[in-house]
Ligand binder design. Structure first.
Ligand SMILES: [Zn+2]
Length: 462
C-alpha cells in the first residue's frame, strides 16, 4: 500500500478535492480517495500539481503512425479520403511484426506523454504480407499488447471482421492482410486473441466489424447479434459521403439508419466516425444508448465533415474522442477541434454548453471520460477516481502562470482551451509513474527501436 498526496484532485464535474490523498495497493488499484491522509502508517508520497483523470483514446490504428505527415502533398486536384487510403494501404502491405511493435510502442508512449492512459486499438491488420495467417494467428495482436505493456497504457484491443471491399463487392488484393474468409475464421481469430490477452494485466478484448462496406448484411447481423461477442463492439460507420451514397444505393438506407433498423444497437456499440448523420439518425443513436467515437484531428485532416456534436451533446448523447491516424496526439487538441469545428460552422461561441453558466471544458472532459471508458469496455462509475479501479491520472503543472493564479472553477477550461502537452508533467498508469517531468521513462530505448523500424520500412526517407 502507498498513498499519494496532491494539492488538488478533480473528482467530478466542477468538484475538486483539496488537498487530496489517493491510496493504492500493490497492483495500482485505488483503495481510498479523499481529503484526509490515512492514519494507519501507510507511507505518503507528496506531489505538487493538479490531478485529473487520464484521458481515454477510443480509436487508434497504430501502424498508421508511421505515415503521419506523409500524405500532405496533392496527388490530384481533388484529393480526398480515398487517395489517402491508397497511401495507407501501401504502408499496411509492408509492415512486419517487429516493425509494428516498435511503431506501436513509440505511438503509445507518445499517447501517454500527452495524457492518455487508455487506448482502444481498432485492429484489422491480421495476416502476413501475402495474406496468409501467421503460424501464431494472433501474432500482430500480441505485438500490440506487448507495445502497450511497455509504454504503460491500458489497451482495449478490438480485432475487426473484414471480408469485402465495398457494399456487396469483393475485397481487393490490397486488402488481403485484413480479411477473414468467413465469420467462423474470424471467431477463431478472436478466440486466439482472447487467449493471448489472458497473460496481460491491462488488456481488454472487444470485437467488431470494420465497416458496413467491409461485410455482408448477414455477416453483420450475425456478428453484432446472435454471435453474442464479449466486450465492447466497435465499427466505422459513416465517415464519407461516398460510403453513405453507396449504402443508400445498395441497401436502401443510410449507414446509421440501416444499423439501427437491423441490429439491436445498445450501449455496447461504439460508432466511429458517425460523421454524416441526419437528425433522425443521431437521435436514434441517443435513444439506443450508442456511443459516438469522434476523431477530430484525423477527420479534419481527411476532410471528412462535421458530426453535429453540439445538438447531440445537448440531447445527452454519449461520445468520446480518438486519434485514429495519429496526425494529432493531444487530447486537448482533439477536444478543441471538436468544439471549434462547430463554432466555425455555426459562427457562435460556447456551442458545447447546453445551458447558460455551463463550462465547455468541464462538459467535454466529463462526457469524453465516461464515453471513453465505455469504449474501453470498462464499467460505468460515478466520479473520476473510484475505489476498485486503477489509479490512472495526469498531474498538471499548478505553477504554470495561467493556472497558478486561477479560481478552481476555471482550471479545467484553462487547460482544455489554452493548454498543451507542456502542462502535463507526470502521468500515472495503474499507480505507476510512466511520465516524469514531461518525459516518458523509457523514451530513449523506445525511440531507438522506432527509428530502426522506420529506416527498415524506408517510407519516410532517412
Ligand atoms: Zn478508423
Amino acid at each position: 500500500m502507498k498513498t499519494y498526496a496532491f494539492e488538488r484532485l478533480y473528482q467530478d464535474k466542477q468538484c475538486w478535492i483539496a488537498p487530496a490523498y489517493v491510496t493504492v495497493d500493490a497492483a495500482g488499484t485505488i483503495t481510498a480517495v479523499g481529503s484526509e491522509a490515512p492514519d494507519d502508517g501507510t507511507p505518503v508520497e507528496h506531489h505538487r500539481g493538479l490531478v485529473l483523470p487520464g484521458f481515454q483514446n477510443a480509436h487508434s490504428h497504430a501502424f498508421q503512425y508511421a505515415m503521419a505527415g506523409l500524405a500532405e502533398f496533392a496527388t490530384r486536384p481533388d484529393d480526398d479520403f480515398w487517395s489517402w487510403r491508397t497511401a495507407m494501404y501501401d504502408l499496411a502491405l509492408r509492415v512486419g511484426p517487429e516493425q509494428l511493435e516498435a511503431i506501436a510502442t513509440m505511438l503509445y508512449a507518445e499517447m501517454v506523454r500527452h495524457g492518455y492512459t487508455a487506448v482502444a486499438e481498432f485492429h484489422y491488420l491480421h495476416h502476413d504480407v501475402d495474406g496468409r495467417p501467421y503460424a501464431e494467428p494472433a501474432l500482430l495482436s500480441h505485438c500490440l499488447m506487448r507495445a502497450a505493456a511497455r509504454a504503460g497504457i491500458h489497451l482495449t484491443l478490438v480485432p475487426m471482421f473484414y471480408r469485402l471491399g465495398g457494399f456487396d463487392q469483393p475485397a481487393t488484393a490490397q486488402q488481403r492482410r485484413f480479411l477473414s474468409p468467413d465469420t467462423d475464421a474470424y471467431l477463431d481469430l478472436l478466440a486466439a486473441v482472447h487467449k493471448t490477452a489472458a497473460s496481460f494485466a491491462h488488456v481488454t478484448v472487444g470485437a467488431g466489424v470494420h465497416s458496413l462496406r467491409a461485410a455482408s448484411r448477414a455477416d453483420i447481423q450475425f456478428l453484432l447479434g446472435e454471435a453474442d461477442l464479449r466486450g465492447p463492439l466497435h465499427l466505422h460507420i459513416a465517415e464519407q459521403t461516398g460510403e453513405v451514397a453507396a449504402c443508400e444505393a445498395r441497401w436502401g438506407q443510410r449507414p446509421v439508419a440501416w444499423l439501427l433498423d437491423h441490429v439491436a444497437v445498445d450501449a455496447r456499440f461504439h460508432l466511429v466516425h458517425a460523421t454524416h448523420v441526419t437528425e433522425a439518425e443521431w437521435r436514434g443513436m441517443v435513444k439506443a444508448g450508442a456511443n459516438a467515437v469522434i476523431c477530430p484531428s484525423t477527420e479534419g485532416n481527411l476532410g471528412d465533415g462535421f458530426f453535429p456534436i453540439d445538438d447531440y451533446h445537448a440531447a445527452g448523447g454519449a461520445w468520446c474522442i480518438g486519434t485514429d491516424s495519429h496526425v494529432g496526439l493531444s487530447p486537448l487538441e482533439e477536444l478543441r477541434w471538436l468544439d471549434y469545428g462547430r463554432r466555425l460552422q455555426r459562427r457562435r461561441r460556447n456551442v458545447m454548453c447546453p445551458d447558460v453558466g455551463a463550462d465547455g471544458g468541464v462538459e467535454m472532459v466529463d462526457r469524453a471520460f465516461h464515453g471513453g471508458r465505455a469504449a474501453m469496455g470498462a464499467a460505468a462509475q460515478k466520479g473520476y477516481f473510484a475505489v476498485g479501479t486503477p489509479f490512472d491520472a495526469v498531474l498538471v503543472d499548478s505553477d504554470h502562470p495561467l493556472l497558478a493564479v486561477c479560481e478552481p472553477d476555471r482550471l479545467i477550461a484553462t487547460l482544455i482551451y489554452a493548454g498543451d502537452v507542456t502542462f502535463i508533467r507526470t502521468l500515472f498508469q495503474a499507480g505507476t509513474v510512466r511520465v516524469e517531468n514531461g518525459r516518458h521513462r523509457e523514451a530513449d530505448a523506445i525511440r531507438a527501436a522506432f527509428s530502426s523500424a522506420l529506416r527498415a520500412l524506408n517510407s519516410r526517407g532517412n
